[in-house]
Write a protein that binds this ligand. Structure first.
Ligand code: ASP
Length: 343
């Protein structure tokens, strides 16, 4: 007989955990200990759910590396006991957070599903119930041999499960708030919940779970735009303690070819600052050397971010900086897909 999956629901904050007080009209935090009373539909799911909340739930705009470590520590504490995890967070920075968790946990063999909502759980037209119920269903889903369908960090929103470190938030208005521009959904929820097993991670059976908590947050995202000036770029790249830069370039990784710009990048790299080239385009990849405007970038040693999202690049940079690799190994590691975050 297959056993009933035991899940842990972790509430960090965000709209999904709010309910409207219909007398005052104000939003207040929902007590997840009373989850089954508020959403009796959960009784129909074949799983048991324990809940853990942040002491003080946060709006995800206040998310930072300390909270990422807190999430990972909760998962680590319950990893052997539970069969799957659902993490509720605000949607604003969910792609950053879920990407970070994907890098911080290696050899994952259980599902960690992030979800949230655009409207509070108590709102009449809420998307929270569907997102929460289906995220739980995905975390509990087992194949005939009792193995979980998902053995990686996913993000479920509005009928689609994505690989978390491939996602980006695209709408502050529509229920379809996320997309995964360079990797198809891992599962879709329609009349049936359909997983695409050709796209999901196979897991690392027998390998020990490795949890890494050394994140380095002295980094910056520098987005290029026509007319960017030397003085500003120089101040950013010479900021005391700066360790890494995500350089958001144009098209397939192109940038201005002016000497002052190339020299500033070169100088920063020679000081040990890691600079990653990612594209401002939502779809597609950096191809260094394809245009004359990226030939110099390749020559001076920029790291090729390929088709990684900026959110995932930020998380990967913080994670790899914590690994204290030398410059050559750092470049190799960044340009390698570690958790399926790049093609
Ligand atoms: N501002 C909220 C947050 O990210 C929005 C949401 O929950 O979706 O925490």
């Amino acid at each position: 007989m297959t056993k009933v999956p035991k899940l842990l629901l972790i509430y960090t904050g965000g709209t999904i955990g709010m309910i409207k007080d219909y007398d005052s009209g104000a939003l207040r935090a929902f007590d997840f200990n009373h989850l089954y009373e508020k959403i009796p539909e959960l009784n129909q799911l074949n799983c048991s759910i324990e809940t853990v909340s942040f002491d003080t739930p946060i709006d995800s705009s206040n998310m930072n590396t300390k909270y990422w470590v807190a999430i990972v520590e909760i998962i680590e504490r319950y990893y052997d006991e539970k069969d799957g995890f659902v993490v509720l967070s605000g949607s604003d920075t969910m792609s950053y957070t879920s990407s970070a968790i994907s890098f911080m946990i290696e050899n994952l063999n259980k599902p960690i599903i992030f979800t949230g909502s655009q409207l509070p759980i108590g709102d009449l037209r809420t998307d929270a119930k569907e997102n929460l119920i289906t995220a739980i269903q995905i975390a509990a889903a087992r194949k005939e041999n009792d193995e979980p369908y998902i053995k990686e960090v996913g993000l479920y929103f509005e009928y689609k499960l994505y690989r978390a470190n491939r996602t980006t938030k695209i709408s502050a208005e529509q229920f379809e708030a996320f997309t995964s521009p360079n990797y198809p959904p891992l599962a879709e929820s329609g009349v049936h919940l359909k997983f695409d097993e050709n796209l999901t991670h196979k897991g690392s059976e027998g390998e020990k779970l490795v949890v890494r908590k050394n994140l380095e947050d002295a980094i910056v995202v520098l987005k290029l735009f026509p007319g960017i000036i030397e003085n500003v770029v120089s101040h950013i790249l010479n900021a005391p303690g700066l360790k890494g830069v995500i350089l958001e370039t144009y098209g397939s990784g192109n940038a201005l070819t002016e000497t002052w710009f190339i020299n500033l990048l070169k100088e920063a790299i020679s000081k040990g600052i890691h600079i990653v080239d990612v594209t401002q385009c939502i779809v597609g990849s950096v191809v260094l050397g394809q245009y004359e405007t990226s030939v110099q970038l390749e020559k001076i040693g920029l790291i090729n971010g390929k088709d990684i999202t900026t959110e995932s690049a930020v998380a990967k940079l913080m994670y790899l900086l914590g690994e204290k690799l030398d410059q050559a190994d750092f470049k190799i590691a960044f340009e390698t897909s570690l958790r399926g975050e790049m093609s």
